[in-house]
Design a binder for this molecule. Sequence first.
Ligand code: URA
Length: 216
Amino acid sequence: MNDTSMQESLFEDRTPGAESHNERCSSLEALYEQSRDCARCRLSETRNNFVFGEGNPQAQIVVIGEAPGAEEDLQGRPFVGRSGQLLDKILAAIGFGRTDVFICNIVKCRPPQNRNPQANEIEACRPWLSKQLEIIRPSIILLLGKVAANTILDNKQSMGSMRGRIIQWNGYDVIVTYHPAALLRNPNWKYDCWEDMKMLKAHYDRVCANRHQGTA
Ligand code: URA
């Protein structure tokens, strides 16, 4: 299987009535092809793989982390290391699998030694994320951790002031919670994360009910 057909099977839905889904698959595939050799910043010089993101092109929820780690860089997939295993459990706790949401990062290439992405790297990478959001058009964005939240919301606020509520940003309903890596270091924060996830699920159910009634 060549790279292009592998991407098709990752994103494409062949069930009847899935035209909109397939249009978004095609757009995401085109964006992947356009972005995969990106050399807009120096992270391209040290990466093994450009980690585009993966999941449901029609997802109502896009989950955004900070940057790929070592395992993600090797596999070319987001959140597949220890943090990813915890993220899978967190999503499963509210009834979601990886294919129900779309998972990606603020920057698509691994920063050396897992340092925080620098401002120029974030700026260089931002158009890829913006285009992903334009194509998927989710209702809800879940931001994992302070770096992702401060970057997207363009603020310097603490986690405590951003989490636990729904924030309006660019037409999206944004929920901020702890990054899974932070939860691995500080298990005491899991309680707050669980509260955030329950809020996310309740909001998701409301959004779906409204869409069903044609009011959203
Ligand atoms: N941490 C992130 O922020 N993103 C990943 O993909 C993996 C770990």
